[in-house]
Ligand binder design. Sequence first.
Ligand SMILES: CC(C)(COP(=O)(O)OP(=O)(O)OC[C@H]1O[C@@H](n2cnc3c(N)ncnc32)[C@H](O)[C@@H]1OP(=O)(O)O)[C@@H](O)C(=O)NCCC(=O)NCCS
Length: 175
Amino acid sequence: MVTLERLHAEHADALLAFERENRAYFARTVPDRGDAFFTPTGFAARLASLRAEQEAGVCHFHVVLDEEGRLIGRINLIDVTNGSAELGYRVAESATGRGVATAAVAQMCRLAWTSYGLTSLTAVTTLDNPASMKVLTRSGFIRVRDTVVGGRPGVGYLRFLGAPSPHEAHTSAAS
Ligand SMILES: CC(C)(COP(=O)(O)OP(=O)(O)OC[C@H]1O[C@@H](n2cnc3c(N)ncnc32)[C@H](O)[C@@H]1OP(=O)(O)O)[C@@H](O)C(=O)NCCC(=O)NCCS
């Protein structure tokens, strides 16, 4: 079971530690943030900028916590416009392969609908990221376009909110 918490200033230390520990892992599939991001000053500036965007309602950032309250992931909605936003997520290498991203996406979709008033979400991933493609597909996202992400061939996805994904429907029927 994972918990999503809306990003706030007190997450700063745990978030920087998470990004540092997983820098090389994330860089295998998503663009690296650059050295300045990983310094205390650079990270503080970046966090302040994210929180300003969040205050303005343009984005909704969240950390993903495990049962012990450890920060094991991030999941974000960016560029909120016309009832839609783009979903993005990352999970600590040590926590992968256990359904963390799938559970976080399910919670994020519910929050997007019930708390943020969104009616659809988009997402993109690269063709060389089968784990992310699997997370999106079983979370009810459908492939809608071919695209390029950070210079690599990718896929664009769309999910309409308000109904459970096939995975959620199956999980609740089985329990
Ligand atoms: C992609 C990512 C979010 C997945 O997180 P996760 O918590 O491991 O995801 P889940 O466990 O919910 O689901 C992943 C699924 O992909 C599968 N998978 C993993 N690697 C795979 C591969 N190479 N080929 C096919 N399937 C793969 C897993 O087995 C799992 O399926 P299962 O539950 O049926 O076994 C995580 O690896 C990550 O943060 N990667 C780096 C950042 C990133 O790529 N973010 C997404 C950008 S679009």
